[in-house]
Design a protein around this ligand. Structure first.
Ligand code: SF4
Length: 459
């Protein structure tokens, strides 16, 4: 069989929402003849799906474009054509500036317009200039994406919410992803059923502020995230549900209740707090206090005693004093985290915090980050070690480095390695945890029923 497919290479940066978007771009482009390719060299189209969160994000995109320019020229020398596209949050933020600085780019489009890709490709294929589409269109892209089968992954992502109305003063998301938007519940459930039919046993519901979800539901009503999770848990085949990323002020009673009553909802929650100082939280416009967060952690643990919490921290936010930073350490001691991400504050152009004059000196930020990470790492190691001897259900969906080694996720999101398990690839298996390390666990097959016994002890 001769295949006439054009080669599409998508390079994805940043969060899981971008991973989801890249997969949908491939779906949208399949009917017009593009098939995914792992290589940029020789591709007919290369899309950089960019992220604006990291420092100097735009500069990194320009240097990657410089490299791709050579591949594009090589393709042209060979008589072909490579369409070069920049998508995602840097595209949204930079817009026409990309076409000015890198005039060999053919298409620039934001996260809300990729359902129009076939039309953009047709325009870019005609001679006469680049295509720029960074609007926030009135129509939802989700209404225009093809209903393709899942890719067969056992653990699948599903975007249910986008954008954010919270305007934390350090964050670019409200500017790059736009206003908060929730997909209708039935549309989400349709996609979840499709993923399940195609083999997914775990679904991670995604959103920039996922627990602000308020999707329209039948009869003119609206569902929050807790109600939606319940409906997803009723889909045959879906054994594990996760969601990310959440804002503490948007955790409601129904969601806490879901953690207590829905077995498929995994006992792990990434709930960024950013700082333990009320003064800094106010300057960040987080709209909750450190004690609000402590109370919330208590309520979640009342509902689900073994829930593992994860968080994000920013140290050295403008104006953060030593006393403020000590409050952050105190909060970490009080709450206890199973894992966390921590960063030195760095200004994002266009955000209110970037304009603040009281920036914390670099060495002070570095010292604080070291101290915080020491504490968080010791908590993570202690949590991992506390799992030794327990039996945990692990979804083995990745191959390890050694022959026959598989890697999966525990209910608490820890990576778990198991040897000689090749035959169990893609399955949820009960493993007895034999070792706990800084960032992972090791396990071996557990006797039948071991997880049930163990979970009873923790429930
Ligand atoms: S809630 Fe999250 S996405 Fe929204 S502005 Fe704050 S940090 Fe950014």
């Amino acid at each position: 069989v001769v295949t006439l497919a054009k080669k599409l290479h998508i390079k994805t940066y940043g969060c899981q929402m971008n991973v989801y978007d890249s997969a949908r771009m491939a779906d949208v482009l399949a009917p017009v003849g593009y098939a995914p390719s792992a290589d940029a060299g020789g591709a007919d189209m290369v899309i950089l799906n960019t992220c604006h969160i990291r420092e100097k994000a735009a500069e990194k995109v320009y240097s990657e474009l410089g490299r791709l320019r050579l591949l594009k020229a090589a393709k042209e020398d060979a008589g072909g054509r490579m369409i070069l596209a920049v998508a995602g949050c840097v595209a949204q933020a930079e817009g026409a500036e990309i076409l000015r600085r890198a005039p060999y780019v053919d298409m620039v489009f934001g996260p809300q317009t990729y359902h129009r890709l076939p039309e953009m490709v047709a325009r870019a294929s005609r001679a006469g200039g680049a295509v720029l589409d960074t609007a926030f269109p009135p129509e939802s892209k989700f209404d225009h994406l093809p209903a393709v089968p899942g890719a067969g992954e056992r653990s699948a992502f599903l975007t249910i919410q986008e954008g954010c109305d919270r305007f934390c003063t350090f964050c670019v998301v409200p500017y790059t992803r736009g206003a908060e938007f929730s997909r209708p519940a039935e549309q989400v459930l349709d996609e979840a059923r499709r993923l399940a039919r195609d083999g997914a046993v775990e679904i991670t519901l995604l959103g920039q502020n996922v627990n602000s979800y308020h999707g329209s539901a039948g009869g003119g009503g609206e569902w929050g995230l807790g109600r939606l999770i319940r409906a997803v848990s009723e889909i045959p085949g879906i054994d594990r549900i996760r969601y990310t990323t959440s804002h503490p002020a948007d955790v409601d009673g129904a969601l806490i209740d879901a953690h207590g009553h829905i077995a498929a909802l995994m006992p792990f929650l990434h709930l960024p707090v950013q700082s333990g100082s009320d003064r800094v939280l106010a300057a960040m416009n987080r709209r909750h206090t450190a004690d609000d967060y402590r109370r919330l952690a208590d309520k979640l643990r009342d509902a689900r005693p073994d829930i593992a919490l994860s968080s994000d921290f920013i140290v050295g936010f403008p104006g953060e004093t030593d006393a403020d930073f000590r409050e952050t350490l105190r909060l970490v001691e009080d709450v206890g985290f199973a894992q966390a991400y921590s960063f030195k504050y760095s200004a994002r152009p266009g955000t209110p915090a970037a304009a603040l004059e009281v920036q914390v000196p670099g060495p002070v930020k570095a010292d604080r980050l070291d101290a915080l990470q020491d504490l968080l790492n010791s908590q993570q190691r202690a949590f991992n070690e506390s799992c030794v001897g327990r039996a945990l259900a692990v979804l083995l969906d990745r191959r390890g480095r050694a022959d026959g080694q598989l890697v999966g996720r525990s209910p608490y999101m820890q990576a778990v390695h198991v040897e000689d398990a090749d035959a169990r690839f893609g399955q949820v298996v009960d493993l007895e945890i034999t070792a706990g390390y800084a960032n992972s666990l090791a396990g071996r097959a557990a006797p039948p029923g071991a997880t049930a016994e163990n979970e009873k002890a923790y429930a």
